[in-house]
Design a binder for this molecule. Structure first.
Ligand code: NG1
Ligand code: ZN
Length: 570
C-alpha cells in the first residue's frame, strides 16, 4: 500500500473493541520466544493440512497449531505488504465441530497464491523447524523484518472460535505484531475492515457501525423511489443458519428498517450451526431449512454460517419448493446493471463470471438472451474475484450463492461524476449506480450486502419472487460426494470441467454423459472437505440423479474409492 500506510493509521479505536499494543520487549523477533510459545500450540504428530479453497479447514481440535502459525504468518505478510492483514476464524458452512482459518490480503481480497504455499509449509512444519521456515519465508518473500505489523482478527460463533482466535493472537504477539480483535464478525465484514484500514478510510470506516452506515445509507437512498407506492416488498424471511449472520443482521436492522423489515429464523438461540439449515443445506438438498415458517409465495432467503453466501427460495401455491441460487441472483443483478449502464450511455463493459457449477440454463440465458459475456473459472471465489477485476463492472457468483459485483476505480469515478452532471433520467440512473457501488461489498461476497441489493432491485423493478424465478428454468442437477483414499489423484483442466487424471476417468464420464439429453458432468477434489465432488445435470431430475450416480461409481472405481460403494438414491 506504499505511502498510504502510516504507522499512526491503524484505524479507529473504540472503547468496546479490544486493541492491544504489545510490549517493547516483543517488538524484536525472538527465536526463543517463538519456540517456547509454539510448543504451547504443538502440532499433532503426522498431521498434514493444506491451505485449500478457503484456507485451512478441519475438526476444530486439530487446529490450534495452525491458528498460532497463521498468526505468525499474518505478521510476516503485514510486514511485507506494509499493510493491515486480516485473519478470519471460521469454517463457513461446515458442521459446528469443524473450524478453519484464512488470511485476508490488503485490499480485502483472498491471500495471494504464493503465500498460500508459505501457509501450507508453515502449518505442516515440525515443531523444531518453525523458526527456520519463518526465516525461509521471510527470505523468499523479501520481508523487511524491521517493518511494523498490524493484524485484524474476526471470528464466527462456533464454540471453538474464541479459543482458536486467541491462538492466532498468541502468534501475532510473539512476533511483535500489533492487533485488533473485532471478535464476532461475518467473514465479509472482516474483509471490509481490512480494505477500509488499508485505504485510509476512503472505502469506509473500519468499524461495524461504519459498515452498517455505509450499506444502509446506500440501500435507503436506492430504494427511496420504490417505496413511495406501498410496502408490499418490504418484508423478508431470513434463515441465518444459526450463525453470526443473525447477530449482525439484528444489529444492523434499525439502520435500514425504513426500507425493509426482516424476520429472522435459525438465529442461534435454539438450533445448531448449519444443521439442517443455512444456504449450503438449502442449495444442496434443494429443500427449505428446518425452523423456517414458509407461507406460499413468500420471499425467503438463507445465509450460510459466516454470512458470505445467500440463496433465495419460495414455495408456490401447490406447495412446491423453488430455489433461486447464485446463478439466478447473478442474472437479476446483471440485467439491472446492464439497463442502468445503457441508460447513462457510457461504454462501460460488463462481464459475468461463473464456475463449472453454474446451471447450464443460466449461462445460456446470460449469453443468448441478455447478450452479456460469460467467463468460467475454477471453483473458489479468489478465481472469480480475480477474473471479475478485468471489467468495468464484473459480476461474479458461485451457484452456491457466494458472490458480489466489482466496479473498476475508473468506472466508479465516472459513474459518481455523472451522478452529479447528467440531466433527468440519465442522472437518476447514474445516481442509482453510484448507490449500488456503495451497497456491494467490493472486497468479498457478502450475504447481507447481496440481500439488500436484491431487495432493492425487486422493489425498484416491481418484481415478485415468482417473476424473478421465471427468467429461465434451471436444468435439473445433482451434486454428490465420493470418498477416496487420496482425492489429489484427481487433477483437472479447462476450469475443472475435464479430469486429466486418473487415466480413463474422463473417457468414462464422456461415455456416461452421452447416454442422457442436455447432459453435462464433471468431478473435482474438494478444497474444503476430504471428498471428491461430482456434478451432473440433464433434462430431467431422474436423469441428473442417475448420471450423478453413475459418475460417482466411475470415480469410486477409478480414483480409489474407500468405504461403501456409492448407492443410488441419496
Ligand atoms: P470445495 O469444497 O472446494 O468444493 C466449497 C464450494 C466453493 C467455495 C468453497 C469455500 C461448491 C461446489 N464448492 O469448495 O464454491 O464456496 O467451498 O467456501 O459449492
Ligand atoms: Zn461461507
Amino acid at each position: 500500500m506504499g505511502d498510504e500506510w502510516g504507522h499512526s493509521d491503524f484505524g479507529p479505536e473504540s472503547a468496546l473493541e479490544r486493541t492491544v499494543q504489545v510490549g517493547q520487549d516483543l517488538l524484536d523477533m525472538d527465536p526463543e520466544a517463538v519456540r517456547k510459545y509454539s510448543a504451547l500450540h504443538a502440532k499433532p504428530d503426522g498431521l498434514v493440512l493444506q491451505y485449500g479453497t478457503a484456507g485451512f479447514r478441519t475438526k476444530a481440535e486439530r487446529l490450534d497449531h495452525v491458528m498460532f502459525r497463521m498468526g505468525l504468518l499474518a505478521v510476516l505478510r503485514s510486514k511485507q505488504t506494509k499493510s493491515t492483514i486480516g485473519v478470519m476464524v471460521t469454517a463457513s458452512h461446515n458442521p459446528e465441530e469443524d473450524n478453519g482459518v484464512k488470511l485476508v490480503d490488503p485490499l480485502g481480497e483472498m491471500l495471494a497464491p504464493s503465500w498460500e504455499e508459505h501457509a501450507t509449509c508453515l502449518a505442516n512444519a515440525e515443531e523444531r523447524d518453525v523458526w527456520r521456515v519463518l526465516m525461509d519465508i521471510s527470505e523468499k518473500a523479501a520481508v523487511n523484518l524491521q517493518q511494523e505489523a498490524f493484524v485484524v482478527i474476526g471470528r464466527d460463533t462456533r464454540p471453538s472460535s474464541e479459543r482458536l482466535s486467541q491462538s492466532v493472537i498468541d502468534g501475532v504477539t510473539v512476533l511483535g505484531g500489533q492487533f485488533h480483535d473485532y471478535g464476532l464478525l461475518t467473514t465479509p465484514q472482516l474483509h471490509y475492515m481490512v480494505y477500509c484500514r488499508n485505504s485510509s478510510g476512503r472505502y469506509g470506516e473500519a468499524t461495524v457501525d461504519g459498515y452498517y452506515q455505509k450499506l444502509s445509507t446506500a440501500f435507503v437512498e436506492l430504494t427511496k423511489q420504490a417505496f413511495c407506492g406501498g410496502n408490499e416488498y418490504r418484508s423478508l424471511k431470513v434463515d441465518c443458519a444459526n450463525g453470526v449472520g443473525a447477530l449482525k443482521l439484528r444489529e444492523m436492522e434499525p439502520y435500514f428498517s425504513q426500507g425493509l423489515s426482516v424476520q429472522l429464523f435459525n438465529d442461534g438461540t435454539k438450533g445448531k450451526l448449519n444443521h439442517l439449515c443455512g444456504a449450503d443445506f438449502v442449495k444442496s438438498h434443494q429443500r427449505p431449512p428446518q425452523g423456517m415458517e414458509m407461507k406460499s409465495s413468500e420471499r425467503c432467503c438463507s445465509f450460510d454460517g459466516d454470512a458470505d453466501r445467500i440463496v433465495y427460495y419460495y414455495s408456490d401455491t401447490d406447495g412446491h419448493f423453488h430455489l433461486i441460487d447464485g446463478d439466478k441472483i447473478a442474472t437479476l443483478i446483471s440485467s439491472f446493471l446492464k439497463e442502468l449502464l445503457v441508460e447513462i450511455g457510457e461504454s462501460l463493459n460488463i462481464g459475468v463470471v461463473q464456475t463449472a457449477y453454474a446451471n447450464g440454463s443460466s449461462t445460456r440465458y446470460l449469453e443468448e438472451v441478455m447478450k452479456v459475456p460469460v467467463y468460467c473459472t475454477k471453483t473458489g471465489v479468489k478465481h472469480l474475484h480475480h477474473k471479475a477485476q478485468e471489467f468495468d463492472v464484473g459480476v461474479y457468483f458461485e451457484a452456491n450463492g457466494h458472490g458480489t459485483v466489482l466496479f473498476s476505480k475508473a468506472a466508479e469515478m465516472k459513474i459518481k461524476q455523472l451522478a452529479k452532471e447528467l440531466e433527468d433520467k440519465k442522472r437518476k440512473a447514474a445516481q442509482m449506480l453510484a448507490n449500488v457501488i456503495d451497497l456491494f461489498n467490493q472486497a468479498a461476497g457478502d450475504a447481507i450486502s447481496d440481500m439488500l441489493v436484491i431487495e432493492a432491485i425487486l422493489a425498484l423493478k416491481g418484481l415478485t419472487v415468482q417473476e424473478w424465478d421465471a427468467l429461465y428454468t434451471d436444468l435439473p442437477n445433482r451434486q454428490l460426494k465420493v470418498k477416496v483414499a487420496d482425492r489429489q489423484v484427481i487433477s483437472t483442466t479447462d476450469a475443472e470441467r475435464q479430469a486429466v487424471t486418473p487415466p480413463g476417468l474422463q473417457e468414462a464420464i464422456n461415455d456416461l454423459v452421452k447416454k442422457y439429453k442436455l447432459s453435462r458432468a464433471f468431478v473435482r477434489p474438494s478444497g474444503t472437505e476430504d471428498v471428491v465432488r461430482v456434478y451432473a445435470e440433464a433434462d430431467s431430475q431422474e436423469s441428473a440423479d442417475s448420471l450423478a450416480h453413475e459418475v460417482s461409481l466411475a470415480v469410486f472405481q477409478l480414483a480409489g474409492g474407500v468405504g461403501e460403494r456409492p448407492h443410488p438414491g441419496f
